[in-house]
Design a protein around this ligand. Structure first.
Ligand code: GLU
Length: 936
């Protein structure tokens, strides 16, 4: 329908322009219809008309006359009569009213008589009447703006506080978005203008983001009451849908530091707008019309009225170029409509979207009302009709789409800044969405400024050395009551960021854990209730806590470990001489001793050189004797092993190799033993019955526990690792309970239990305790790895600033310095310093001396090989000497060697010779004499 009107209008317009004769009447009346509350609109209308008349370039030959009538909302009969009376006087357009009931009425009359009806009110209808044009952005566009801004702000869960059901039309985009979890609440007053019960309910629900969709009149009341009940702190963020937030007096709410975001169609501080308002003021003074100060402020609707009159005047001027426009009386009772209404309304829509082509019809007028050309339309390929000569009014670009809806307007995103004034932080457009212009540096500067000189409440709990009561003979007050690592750390951060601090002890003494109902206690509870701005102590960053509150960058890293009583010194054992070697080394040594002795015995039997004349005085012995009987071998080996020697010595190469290797073995083993024995006898050994968590889990004699409700407790409770699960079962079933109220209590218990209790505690705290309590020691390594951080309320604006301060303090070594001060120096630090710990003495195992056994084995193999060579060589000699076969001689030799009972070997005479030529050496014997074989 609309596009048909548009198309049918275009052709006659072109023809009319060709035949153009200008003939606008001298005076042109336009009607302004107002409700009793629309005083500001009346003023805007009055001075918009005056502005058009003042600007002779628009309607050069005519004067606009604004006819104002007032309608009451609840009397439609009289309203119709008044509108019809106005039309009878002959009007070119009707502006207003603002009230929906009367506006619909006026609209239907204008539609019938084809008089342009220009509106500037919020209207959710999806279609516009043919003769109606509304400069107010359509709710669907506003809904998109809200949606886009909240997405950019990263809101998820929020409350929508609305006044009437029409609000829900605007909120549709927010309600449909899957990423949002809105809670919708209608503003209800228990007593007139009292919204506190509802606001308290929102506070109890701990929702910190609120969308407020109430009229500009009610907005200050709602915000003031929200501030009164503590719903306007720096942790709350409000999004105000009213386009007139600039009118609100921020006095009552500005000190809370609340973030407030809003959208604006006008720039209330622009020089053009301020000039218009000044014109109102002077004009009204001229006529001695005194108005309250409040009325002399520009609202969005008043600015739209101003723009509407301007738009109308330009459209009429353009129509005049194309047509002879006459304006006469119109009768509601009659059926004759105004013949120019259709053209005029189309000119208004068309003017605001005409092509910039100078030759196009009608030619653009030279207007001082800012006109600029914009050829680039975001996201769309501009059609010729869309590339427009644009009018910028007080409400920005005035442009309509084919349906007569305002299009391509821009909304400014404003926020209340640290100076408690509204500041533009970005813009929103239909095609570009929300665009924040503020950068990261500006944002962090804004937070720093917000923090400056503010008093931050820090909740803490007593835990050495993090927060402790200061030691002083006189009663201390305020922050002086506390000292410790965390106290110093917060003061350093406060110095960096220039804020003040008030320390307060958490009421229940707990750090923060969730009960079965999901309720938090301790410091977390205080942060969630915004009773404190920061929480610090040995506060472990855990997944569950991180979900509930914000954490700064960690300031210390640690893990769970065990603190246990140092074992008492052990009385030296009667058999401590055996300690230098482990049992398996002793067994191996015994085996080696037996093995090498037997080997020596066998090799000695095989080796010809080991057979000797028993009595050197006998020149021609009948029998030869071997000195290495088995007992002699054993004696020889033990004698040399104990460095005493023996009265026999090997003579053959093979037996000498065995003996040499054994002496080498002896040398290494005795040296190792001597060296290690010295360590064993001088160092006091204090063996702990446990070496780590595994040992604890395996036994039941030593009880163990942790601080109840702490992160260590949580670690064991939630762990899926078998050992820790087992430990949790043991701990939770133990009676009396093994859990303590604090780390201090746990440490005391360890100290008193004399080895019957071990305490699972964080390594940093263990480090502190063992510096001072010399009867305690850490056991084993770390079971996990985690960190301490400063907790802040969820979405705290200060998290980034605190993190950056911690980073700075880490980098400049301040945190390290503080740790040294509170761990090693203050409050008895360094008491248990005992110089470097003696190296632990450990018995030597096979890993340490295994190589010597390998050498012995290798030497033995070589000796066996050499013995075989000697054996074969002798058998071959004998075979040659006796003229017998080699194999026979070999078998004979083997047989004798294996008859271990025989220790005397008969000397064999050579055939044909009485005696050997040389009997002095065993070599000659072995070379020249054989033996007669075994005595049979
Ligand atoms: N640092 C722990 C916490 O934040 C307390 C001590 C512990 O559980 O070992 O809960």
């Amino acid at each position: 329908m609309k596009s048909n009107v548009w198309n049918t209008a275009a052709l006659p317009l072109v023809l009319l322009y060709v035949l153009h004769v200008s003939a606008l009447p001298d005076t042109i009346t336009i009607g302004g219809i107002f409700g009793s509350q629309d005083e500001r609109q009346k003023i805007a209308f009055r001075y918009a008309v005056e502005a058009v008349n003042r600007d002779r370039s628009i309607l050069s030959g005519s004067r606009l006359i604004g006819e104002e009538i007032e309608l009451s909302n609840d009397d439609s009969f009289h309203a119709s009569k008044k509108v019809c009376g106005l039309l009878r006087r002959g009007v070119a357009a009707i502006f207003g009213p603002q009230s929906e009931d009367t506006a619909n009425h006026v609209q239907s009359i204008c539609d019938t008589l084809e008089v342009p009806h220009i509106e500037m009110r919020w209207d959710y209808k999806l279609t516009r009447a043919d003769y109606s044009i509304n400069l107010y952005p359509h709710p669907s566009s506003l809904g998109k703006a809200y949606h886009s801004v909240l997405l950019t702000l990263g809101w998820k869960k929020f409350v929508i506080l609305y006044e009437d059901n029409e609000s829900l039309v605007r909120m549709q985009d927010l309600l449909k978005e899957r990423d949002f979890l809105p809670i919708v609440r209608q503003l209800q007053e228990t007593q007139p203008n009292d919204y506190r019960p509802l606001l308290k309910e929102i506070k109890r629900a701990q929702i910190t983001n609120l969308v407020i969709d109430v009229s500009a009149e009610k907005l200050p009341i709602v915000l003031r009451q929200a501030a009164q009940i503590g719903l306007m702190t720096e942790y709350h963020h409000y999004f105000i849908t009213s386009l007139d937030f600039h009118l609100i007096d921020l006095e009552d709410i500005k000190y809370g530091g609340t973030n407030i975001s809003a959208l604006q169609l006008i720039n209330p501080w622009s020089p053009e707008l301020l000039q218009v308002v000044e014109g109102w003021r002077l004009g009204e003074l001229r006529f001695s019309r005194l108005h309250p100060q409040e009325l002399m402020k520009m609202t969005t609707e008043a600015a739209l009225m101003y723009d509407a009159v301007q738009l109308f005047a330009r459209a009429l001027a353009n129509l005049d170029r194309a047509n002879t426009v006459d304006i006469g009386p119109l009768y509601c009772e009659g059926d004759k409509p105004w013949q120019h209404g259709n053209s005029l309304i189309n000119f208004m829509k068309w003017y605001s979207s005409r092509p910039p082509n100078e030759n196009s019809y009608p030619p653009p007028i030279n207007t001082p009302y800012r006109t600029s050309y914009n050829y680039s339309m975001p996201r769309r390929n501009p059609s010729v009709m869309e590339i427009a000569a644009q009018i910028f009014g007080l409400t920005g670009l005035i442009k309509f789409d084919a349906q007569g809806f305002r299009t391509e307007f821009q909304l400014n995103i404003v926020e209340m800044d640290q100076k408690e004034t509204l500041k533009k932080v970005g813009t929103w457009t239909l095609y570009g969405g929300a665009n924040y212009t503020r950068n990261q540096v500006e944002e962090s500067d804004a937070v720093d400024t917000k923090l400056m000189n503010k008093t931050i409440i820090v909740t803490t709990a007593l835990a050495s050395p993090y927060t402790m009561l200061a030691e002083n003979s006189t009663a201390l007050l305020g922050n002086d009551r506390f000292e410790g690592f965390c106290v110093d750390l917060v003061l350093e951060i406060a110095k960096l960021k220039k804020f003040n601090v008030t320390f307060q002890l958490v009421a229940d003494g707990a750090y923060g854990s969730k009960n079965e109902e999901g309720e938090w206690n301790g410091m977390i509870r205080e942060l969630l209730d915004h009773r404190a701005d920061m929480g610090i102590v040995d506060f472990t960053i855990t997944f569950e806590r991180e979900e509930a509150v914000d954490f700064s960058m960690p300031f210390m890293n640690l893990g769970i470990s065990i603190i246990y009583k140092k074992p008492q010194k052990k009385a030296p054992s009667l058999f401590s001489f055996a300690s230098p070697f482990s049992l398996d080394v002793w067994i191996y040594m015994a085996t080696a001793y037996l093995g090498v002795s037997v080997l020596l015995f066998i090799l000695a039997r095989m080796a010809p050189d080991e057979w000797d004349c028993p009595y050197p005085c006998i020149e021609e012995p009948e029998e030869l004797e071997n000195s290495f009987t088995l007992p002699d071998c054993l004696w020889f080996m033990i004698g040399t092993f104990l460095c005493q020697g023996a009265d026999i010595a090997p003579r053959a190469v093979s037996t000498r190799i065995v003996a040499g290797i054994w002496w080498f073995f002896t040398l290494i083993m005795i040296s190792s033993y001597t060296a290690n024995l010295a360590a064993f006898l001088t160092v006091e050994r204090m063996d702990a019955p446990i070496t780590g968590a595994e040992d604890l889990a395996k036994q039941t004699k030593i009880k163990y526990g942790s601080k109840a409700g702490g992160s260590t407790y949580g670690f064991f409770k939630e762990s899926n690792i078998e050992t820790y699960k087992k430990m949790w079962t043991a701990m939770s079933n133990a009676r009396p309970t093994v859990f303590t109220k604090s780390n201090d209590e746990g440490v005391q218990r360890v100290s008193k239990a004399n080895g019957a209790y071990a305490f699972l505690m964080e390594s940093s705290s263990i480090e502190y305790e063992v510096e001072r309590r010399c009867d305690l020691m850490p056991i084993g390594g770390l079971l996990d790895s985690k960190s301490y951080g400063i907790a802040l309320p969820p979405k705290s604006p200060y998290t980034g600033a605190i993190s950056s301060a911690i980073l700075r303090l880490k980098e400049n070594g301040k945190i390290h310095e503080l740790k040294k001060k509170w761990w090693k120096e203050k409050r008895g630090g360094g008491r248990c310093k005992t110089g470097p710990a003696p190296p632990p003495s450990a018995e030597l195992g096979l890993a340490n001396v295994g190589g010597v056994f390998v050498v012995v084995t290798a030497g033995s193999v070589i000796a066996v090989f050499v013995a075989c060579c000697e054996f074969f060589w002798k058998a071959r000699k004998l075979a040659t000497y006796e003229g017998a076969s080699f194999s026979k001689e070999l078998m004979e030799e083997i047989r004798f060697s294996l008859s271990f009972g025989e220790n005397e070997k008969p000397v064999r005479k050579s055939p044909g010779s009485a005696r050997p030529t040389d009997t002095d050496s065993s070599t000659i014997y072995s070379q020249s004499y054989g033996y007669t074989g075994s005595k049979k």
